[in-house]
Design a protein around this ligand. Structure first.
Ligand code: XMP
Length: 225
């Protein structure tokens, strides 16, 4: 499976509603998803204890904590320990903090317990201002830290090739609301596409996920022909 669903409860989805929202969407889209990506909106709205229930009931192959960590290694390791205790098996961190006293510690904390995923370029336009210009350096740091995967944008699929060349697993957001079509990143070498609002904002998230997976398959059949 090539779809990762971003569970970000939007405006008006708060407290116990956010908890029920996450559990419902998770159940409905699970047949189509390789994993789930859960970030600060869900953590802040649902809270740690109830989010543990969400991660345990969702429990897909990839349960990714997307706090985009960017701190000294000691702090990132403390946070990663908590995230692993919450049922996550992958953690996203920014590559720009560097290796020494930063990603080296996080990587050591995760070793044998969870996957390290770094961010080397982002899907929004502002990524062109700084991150895209140093993408090769950010990938070097990611490799040095032993990252399993890297986030690279479906909105600028040319960048995906840089990560692919280094043998990293590529996870690509930017599909749907941010403009890229399902399959765009997969056709450029990504392993997974991350989709949030196009699925979670639909009145029928399960059907929306099914359609995205179908569109991914069609796009790949075409680009590989
Ligand atoms: P939408 O609703 O736009 O959600 O489909 C996208 C999800 O992906 C996250 N996102 C990113 N995460 N690097 C990341 O690590 C990126 O460049 C990036 N762009 C979007 C976003 O947080 C949301 O959960």
């Amino acid at each position: 499976m090539t779809l990762i669903v971003a569970l970000d409860p939007g405006p008006g989805v708060e407290g116990s509603r956010a908890y029920e929202w996450a559990r419902r969407i998770c159940t409905e889209v699970k047949p189509y998803a390789a994993g789930f990506k859960i970030g600060l909106p869900a953590l802040l709205k649902i809270g740690v204890e109830r989010l543990k229930e969400v991660t345990s009931s969702c429990h897909a192959e990839l349960m990714i904590a997307d706090l985009k960590l960017a701190d000294i290694g000691y702090i990132m390791s403390l946070v990663a320990d908590e995230l692993l205790n919450m049922g996550f098996n992958a953690v996203i961190a920014h590559a720009f903090t560097g290796y020494k006293d930063a990603l080296e510690n996080l990587s050591a904390t995760l070793r044998g317990r969870g996957k390290l995923i770094t961010v080397a370029a982002m899907s929004h336009k502002g990524s062109e201002e700084i991150m895209d210009k140093v993408v090769e350096d950010l990938l070097d740091v990611s490799i040095r830290a032993g990252a399993w995967g890297v986030v690279m944008p479906a909105t600028r699929p040319k960048l995906i090739g840089f990560g692919k060349k280094r043998g990293l697993t590529i996870l690509s957001p930017g599909i749907g609301v941010q403009g890229a079509k399902p399959g765009t990143a997969l056709c450029s070498g990504a392993d997974y596409e991350i989709v949030g609002r196009s699925i979670t904002g639909s009145p029928n998230p399960g059907e929306a996920a099914r359609k995205i997976v179908e569109a991914q398959r069609e796009a790949m059949a075409e680009c590989r022909a």
